[in-house]
Design a protein around this ligand. Structure first.
Ligand code: KIV
Length: 271
């Protein structure tokens, strides 16, 4: 008998089973090997290689500039570290909206060059031909509705979406459409909690929220935000589980002092 505990990989099927039995899905972003290894070992169900890498890794003001090659670099780094979680990679802005052929080409590059389990893209009816074509190639797709950061220049602000009835109705229709064509899950970002609850109740596929209330089927946060590495970003939906910025600055400060005071390296730390 093997002494090693077998790791059961999370699949899209397991996520729908979790919804059926009422077990909440825990999802976090990661963009590099070392962080993804820690996040996976801690037991998160889904790792999203989000295009938020554009902000937290590259320092851009929006998610728009990140390229397909850059997403593939981050995705492949994460996949190399992960043994259990389902890994989803974002299709970046400009790689799927043009036409469905281009969308399929982008999704295929992600799947081939990263070995991820699925892709995510933003939008409903407007991008449905792209979603269908990607699905037809056997690539699992996660939708993303509500606040869609790739459309920030259309919306003009990062405030709560779908507060008005017409926008809420469109969001519900889009979510149903994404389910009908075969998406395995949908992310809802920054919408009223009662709308999140309604969508989660109406859909059979899991609904993962970020600022969509407590009645959806799971939650997602950006790892740099929840660990307190990013400091300026403080939306109401964000719970900070650590103040890693202070810890890192403290440790780096100690290192600087030790170098300058000739305390580091000591005799045992050299050859
Ligand atoms: O890019 C990202 O990190 C995301 C999450 C905010 C859901 O899309």
């Amino acid at each position: 008998m093997s002494v090693h505990k077998e790791i059961r990989k999370v699949t899209t099927h397991r996520l729908s089973e979790m919804k059926l039995r009422g077990e909440k899905i825990a999802m976090l972003t990661s963009y590099d090997f070392s962080m993804a290894q820690l996040v996976d070992e801690a037991g998160v169900d889904v790792i999203l290689v989000g295009d938020s890498a554009s902000n937290v890794m590259a320092g851009h003001a929006t998610t728009l500039p990140i390229t397909l090659n850059e997403m593939i670099y981050h995705g492949a780094s994460v996949v190399r570290a992960v043994t259990r979680a389902l890994v989803v990679v974002d299709l970046p802005f400009g790689t799927y909206q043009g036409n469905s052929r281009e969308a399929l080409g982008s999704a295929i590059r992600i799947m081939k060059e990263t070995a991820a389990d699925a892709v995510k893209l933003e939008g409903g009816e407007e991008v449905i031909e792209s979603v269908k074509r990607i699905l037809s190639a056997g690539i699992p797709v996660m939708g993303h509705l509500g606040l869609m950061p790739q459309s920030i220049h259309k919306f003009g602000t990062y405030t709560v979406r779908a507060k008005e009835e017409a926008e809420a109705e469109k969001l519900i229709n889009d979510a149903k459409l994404l389910e009908d064509v075969g998406c395995f899950a949908v992310v809802l970002e920054k919408i009223p909690a009662d709308l999140g609850e309604k969508v989660a109740k109406e859909l059979k596929i899991p609904v993962i929220g970020i600022g969509a209330g407590d009645k959806v089927d799971g939650q997602v946060l950006v790892i740099h935000d929840m660990l307190g590495i990013t400091q300026q970003f403080s939306p109401r939906f964000l719970r900070r589980y650590h103040n890693l910025a202070a810890e890192i600055k403290g440790a780096v400060g100690n290192y600087i002092n030790d170098v300058k005071s000739l305390d580091f390296p000591n005799e045992k730390e050299q050859y």
